[in-house]
Ligand binder design. Structure first.
Ligand SMILES: [Fe+2]
Length: 377
């Protein structure tokens, strides 16, 4: 598709390069269509656009301490729903002991992000070991069970009635950021064969249209002796991700896209050097992401742009208001004390509005809306 040369408006006291060389003492806000891909405007404000003193009504930034959802549940389909819409369902699942039954998601591809814990995954395709920071993608219909060696805390992200695919990496090509060769598939190894040998009646909990049905076999149906093809569960650890960055430009979150579904994206924030160009922003820019609801799950590290956020928490920014750095981070807008970020986080941006599940409401951090208020020092 041709990308025509079209003029762009410049009005008043303005930079001509997004996220750089802002007029002195101003704060930039990006307002854009379709995430950061469509037409956009960059407005230079005299004050941070998060300077509200009150926020009333149903729309507001929210945060949930998912680490408090620590009640072990043997079935993934019993795990509390945190956020959901027609295109996705997010659950947070604590699993302390091996699943007795097999699980099968008939509603969509299932992505598991391993926040804590390690152990074994057995599925139709074989066995694979999993550890903290792993993404495990199980295509719709896969039968699987987990056996933790250390208790698992897992963020479950379902691509409802859809598929996980990879993003188009554009100018930098298919092997940048992460190489598809880093995806591992399950193997028919000795552990899998030992698991097959544990024969006997097996129940499969199938989730279809949000309801669970149970199919019972008089034997262990994970009994394949071999397979071939292009479709299988895959695993990749987030430490393998080499984030796209520029020393002269704060790249938008979309540059960190790891997986795509039809109506949402999954992005990974991994440690990266701060920009070094004197005029370039070193923190996320203020933005209205007016077409997407934004969800961020904090996995590990020092969350440089957020006050009062710890590992295991999730923030939810519905579209409709401007958000951006907290006051503490904003002080370092143009000069950072550290050479690099030190955070791992998983972002889910959805094209359709999300609803909050009962599970999330129970662990809400209600003061989050006030966390942009400047603290006296
Ligand atoms: Fe955002």
């Amino acid at each position: 598709m041709r990308k025509w040369i079209t003029p762009s408006h410049v009005e008043g006291d303005a930079s001509r390069q997004a996220h750089a060389d802002l007029p002195d003492g101003t704060y930039e806000r990006e307002m854009s269509k379709e995430g950061f891909f469509g037409p956009a405007a960059f407005l230079h404000h005299k004050r941070p656009p998060t300077g509200w003193v009150d926020f009333e009504g149903p729309l507001r930034p929210r945060a949930f301490n998912l680490a408090r959802l620590d009640h072990s549940l043997e079935s993934p389909w019993a795990a509390p729903v945190v956020l959901h819409n027609k295109a996705t369902e997010l659950r947070f699942w604590r699993l302390d002991k091996a699943m007795t039954n097999l699980a099968r998601n008939a509603d969509g591809d299932q992505l598991l992000f391993i926040h804590q814990g390690r152990g074994d995954l057995y599925c139709d395709f074989g066995h694979i070991e999993i550890e903290p920071g792993d993404y495990v993608m199980a295509p719709r219909g896969t039968m699987w069970r987990l056996a933790p060696a250390e208790p698992f805390s897992i963020l479950m992200i379902e691509a409802t009635n859809s598929h996980y695919t990879l993003p188009d990496k554009g100018l930098v090509g298919n092997h940048a950021i992460f190489d598809p060769a880093l995806f591992d598939a399950p193997k028919i190894d000795e552990k899998f064969k030992a698991h097959q040998a544990e024969d006997g009646e097996t129940r499969v909990e199938v989730k279809k249209r949000g309801q669970v049905s149970v199919i019972t076999y008089p034997y262990n149906p994970l009994d394949v002796v071999g397979w071939h093809g292009e479709l299988s569960p895959v695993r990749m650890n987030i430490r393998h991700i080499r984030p796209l960055m520029s020393h002269r430009y704060h790249v938008p979150p979309s540059a960190h896209t790891t997986f795509l579904a039809d109506r949402f994206v999954v992005c990974t924030f991994a440690p990266r050097p701060f920009e070094s160009d004197p005029g370039a922003l070193k923190v996320p820019f203020f933005h209205n992401n007016d077409d997407y609801d934004e969800v961020l799950f904090y996995h590990a590290g020092d969350f440089f742009s957020r006050d009062n956020i710890d590992a295991g928490m999730m923030t939810f920014h519905p579209s409709g208001f401007t958000h951006g750095p907290h006051p503490k981070a904003l002080k370092n807008m143009l000069v950072q004390k550290k050479p690099a970020t030190d955070e791992y986080a998983v972002m889910i941006d959805t094209r359709d509005p999300l609803d909050v599940g009962v599970g999330a409401e129970a662990v809400e951090f209600k003061a989050y809306v006030d966390s942009w208020k400047p603290k006296g020092e």
